[in-house]
Design a protein around this ligand. Structure first.
Ligand code: ZN
Length: 381
C-alpha cells in the first residue's frame, strides 16, 4: 500500500438536472470540487485526481437485470416523456431525462475506479464523490438512485475473492446494498440511519440481520429523530468500529451521505460537520484499504463543506475554518451566503437526547447479543 490518495472526478457530474423542483441538485459536485480546489486540497504530491470512467454494461449486469437496463437506456435517448412504474422510472422521485443512462453509468464507473485505485494501484484510500446510490435495486430505481454503484463495485471485489465491509452513514437506510448481499457472508453491511418507522425507505430495523449464509452479516442501527453527534459517535465507537475490526475485511467501502446534518431539508437528524470528520478519522485509522463514496445531502452547501472536510481528513491536510473568498462569492451569487467550513457545536434538546440514548442503548444490546458472538466479538459496554 502506498500513501497515495485518489479523488475520482469528472466535470460531467454536474451536466444534468433532475428538474428545478427536485431536491437533488447536481451542482453539488462542482461546488464540492471548487471548494476542495480553493483549499489547495487537490495539489499535494500524495494526492492524485483520476478522470471518472464510465462503467461497462457487462459490469452493470453483475447486479442489474437486463430488462431494467434496456428500459433505462431506451428512456434516456430523448427528452420525450417516459415512465414505467414497475421499474420505478419516470415518477416525481426518479425522473427520466435525456442522457440519464450514461450519466448514471459515469457515477457507477467512479466507484468501480475508486475500488480499482485502492486494490490495484495500491492507494491508501480513495473518494468517489458521485457514488453512493444505495437505494437502487436490481430492477428498480428508488430514492433518486438508478444504478447501484456500491453493489456493482463490491461485486467486482467478490470475484477477486475479497471480503468487504460496507458502512453506510447516510441518514437513509442503505436498503439496496443490504438486499444485494443479504444472504452473503463475504460482505458485512452496516447501516446507521434515521429510523424507518415513518421515514423512507421504511426499512433498516435492528431485526434485519441477513438470511441463510448471510445470517449475522447485515447490521442495522436505526436512530430516533433528533439524534445528534454524541449519539452517532457512540454508535461509531461501540458498534461500527468493533464490527469492522471483527470482520477484518480486505477492503472497507463507506457511503458518506451528508444528509444526517441538522440543516438538511429532508431529514430530522441533528449532526454537524464534526461527525463527518470523526467518521473519516475512524475509518482511516482502521488501516484497512478504504473506498469512500458520496451519497445523500439536499443542501448543496452542506455537501460541499462536509465532503471537503472528509477529503481533508482523509489526506491529512488541515484546513482553515474561514471559507476562501472566491467560494463565498460563488455561494452569495446563488443566494446561499456562507463564511465558515465547520458547523458550530450543537447538542439535541435534553428530552430528545434522552430518548435517542435510550433507543441506542437498546439497539446496541440487541446487536451485541445477536451479532457480536457470530464475529467473535465481545461487548465493550
Ligand atoms: Zn439519504
Amino acid at each position: 500500500m502506498t500513501d497515495q490518495f485518489a479523488l475520482i472526478y469528472s466535470s460531467r457530474f454536474s451536466d444534468y438536472s433532475y428538474g428545478e423542483c427536485h431536491p437533488f441538485k447536481v451542482d453539488r459536485y462542482r461546488l464540492t470540487y471548487e471548494l476542495m480546489q480553493q483549499y489547495q486540497l487537490l495539489t499535494p504530491s500524495h494526492v492524485k485526481q483520476v478522470e471518472c470512467p464510465v462503467a461497462s454494461e457487462e459490469m452493470l449486469r453483475d447486479f442489474h437485470r437486463q430488462d431494467y437496463l434496456d428500459t433505462l437506456k431506451s428512456f434516456s435517448l430523448d427528452d420525450d416523456v417516459h415512465a414505467n412504474f414497475f421499474y420505478g422510472l419516470g415518477d416525481i422521485e426518479n425522473p427520466v431525462f435525456k442522457g440519464l443512462y450514461d450519466w448514471s453509468r459515469l457515477m457507477c464507473g467512479g466507484t468501480i475506479e475508486a475500488v480499482r485505485q485502492v486494490v490495484e494501484e495500491g492507494c491508501r484510500a480513495s473518494f468517489s464523490m458521485a457514488g453512493g446510490w444505495h437505494h437502487a435495486h436490481s430492477a428498480r430505481a428508488s430514492g433518486f438512485s438508478y444504478l447501484n454503484d456500491a453493489v456493482v463495485a463490491i461485486a467486482q471485489l467478490l470475484k477477486q475473492g475479497k471480503r468487504v465491509v460496507y458502512v453506510d452513514i447516510d441518514a437513509h437506510h442503505g436498503d439496496g446494498v443490504q438486499q444485494a448481499f443479504y444472504d452473503n457472508d463475504q460482505v458485512l453491511t452496516v447501516s446507521i440511519h434515521e429510523n424507518g418507522k415513518d421515514f423512507y425507505p421504511y426499512s433498516g430495523f435492528v431485526d434485519e440481520v441477513g438470511t441463510g449464509q448471510g445470517y449475522g452479516y447485515s447490521v442495522n442501527i436505526p436512530l430516533v429523530p433528533h439524534s445528534d453527534d454524541l449519539i452517532f459517535e457512540q454508535a461509531f465507537t461501540r458498534m461500527i468500529l468493533p464490527l469492522i475490526q471483527g470482520f477484518a475485511p480486505d477492503v472497507l467501502v463507506t457511503q458518506m451521505g451528508a444528509d444526517p446534518l441538522r440543516t438538511d431539508p429532508l431529514t430530522r437528524l441533528e449532526c454537524t460537520t464534526a461527525f463527518m470528520e470523526y467518521a473519516g478519522r475512524g475509518f482511516l485509522e482502521t488501516g484497512i484499504p478504504w473506498v469512500a463514496i458520496g451519497g445523500g445531502g439536499y443542501d448543496r452547501l452542506n455537501v460541499a463543506r462536509a465532503w471537503t472536510l472528509l477529503w481533508s481528513t482523509m489526506i491529512g491536510v488541515p484546513v482553515a475554518d474561514e471559507i476562501p473568498a472566491p467560494f463565498k462569492k460563488t455561494m452569495l451569487s446563488l443566494d446561499e451566503p456562507c463564511d465558515w467550513l465547520r458547523d458550530p457545536p450543537h447538542m439535541a434538546a435534553p428530552d430528545d437526547f434522552s430518548r435517542a440514548q435510550q433507543s441506542l442503548d437498546k439497539n446496541i444490546s440487541i446487536i451485541e447479543r445477536q451479532i457480536f458472538p457470530l464475529l467473535n466479538l465481545s461487548a465493550r459496554g
